[in-house]
Design a protein around this ligand. Sequence first.
Ligand code: ADP
Length: 575
Amino acid sequence: MNEFRKNLVFTWRYSKKQKSRIIAFVFCSFLHIVISVIVPIISAKIIINFTSNQLNQVLWMGLVLFIIELFRNLINYLCNYFSQVIYRETFTDLQLNLGKEILSLTNSCLDHNSSGVFIQRLTNDTSKISDIFNLLSFNLIDVLTDIGIFGAIFIINRFLFFYVIVMVIIIGIIEKRRVSIRTEKDKEFRRENEKVSGFVGELVRGVRDIKMLSAEESFLRNLNERLLGLNAKRYEMSKVQRSYYFISGSLRDFFDFSMICILVYFISQQKFTIALALVIYNYMRGITYIVNSYSYLLEGIKDFNLSCNRIFEIIDGKDFPKEKFGKTHLDSVEGNFEFSRVSFGYSSDDLILKDLSFKIKANSTVAFVGKSGAGKSTIFNLLCKMYEVNSGNIFIDGENILSLDRESIRDNITIISQNPYIFNLSIRDNLRLVKEDVTDEEMIDACQVACLDEFINSLPEKYDTIVGEGGISLSGGQRQRLAIARALIQKTEIILFDEATSALDNETQTQIQKAIDNMKESYTILIIAHRLSTIINCDRILYLEDGKIVAEGTHKELLEKSLEYRKLYQAEIEK
Ligand code: ADP
């Protein structure tokens, strides 16, 4: 119960905006309970009057009952209305806040968790938490209102009342046990479900590659194995349910039969008329609903607690660490960088960058070259503070990156990756993402600098062309140039450009090169170069090997002093 109370307090954070509706809901629920307690008691009185032939009284009571029932319907309607609105608003608020928490997780944490972990918690768990008002409204009301039936049986016969109480306690204990075993199984099921939904997400995102690789069969086999695992968990859960339903069902049947025997005995002793015995028997069946409502309530509370705990895990940050930023704000960034004795590894026992030091001046264009896996992209990740260094320091305009706030870093640095993500929106809306009030002029200017304007104007819908999920209707080069235009509109001072490894056609390559040349001297541009021919004119080139800078200088200088660089360049021009 303590856990439930704590979780209700947590949910309250997201539903307190609905305070007046919640008060109205609780009030209506209270009225509902009162009415539902009164109704069976009045009915019992009517029955007793019936059996003693006081028909006038029966008519009056029947009329009162009718009016009360009408009122109950109205209250029921209001309860439904309030609980649905509260659900909707709480759900939205909770999802939005959880989304915010997920966006603030560290990249290492995101690397180590499947997307299913977040998708499931963001959709299913938030829904279960928000459903607590529905759960309380229907099952708690049912449990409490059925107290009226107990009252009615109590009025009619004390012995039967105690009999019913014993029955409810015994079945209640069994149901409690069932629910707690089921919750444990459900915990495992949800964990497995996260893995499967993460895999399904990957399958959907990678469907084109799967087809290209002709790997449908092995993917389906993999999916089948996971689904079998998931179904096994589901089966275990339903096995527990089945066994316990069998036991409690048989017990209910036993109590049912015993009740018939007791009623027959009372009739034979002329303590009950047959009519009264039938009504009592009917009540007895009503009691079964109490037990059902009680177990649904118990199950719902356990589900609610489980979902709250799963969401707490993300919010409290113990297993899901959050990004940390400093407080220093830079109003404008010039673009000077320094790496001072930086060591870093994605896992603590495998260093990717080793005691790395270099400085970059604002508005210069610097390229990083080296074999794949040398650590070039890792440098970019650290510059954007996607990860934190193990040791050493990174400075931006002389300020340690650890002391800078989020905006000073992220609003001033853009990474243009090899395959930038373009959203399934129009070109205009993709550009608007970084600046909502961007004017047509700014947009056209940026696209001209990015050498994309001509292409956009050749499209029938021009800037209103929808580009498909992930920008699927654009070529790799066009996606990169759209990302460049996005960075230009965002007016970030520092642009980190990860050149595409895939061989772009010469014209596309020339256009991207032209776009970068257009930006030179106004921006600090760092390029990860996969083709040396594209970086000949850079102010500086850093040659990286195994996380260390082994040579640096201009293209000309490196040709003279670095054997490795010379070999690399010659290999490229001989291709
Ligand atoms: P480059 O850009 O020079 O090709 P990277 O910086 O991408 O090299 O990668 C350097 C090393 O770090 C590689 O061995 C790569 O496998 C590893 N690596 C890159 N990203 C991650 C990550 N998110 N988690 C774990 N290891 C990573």
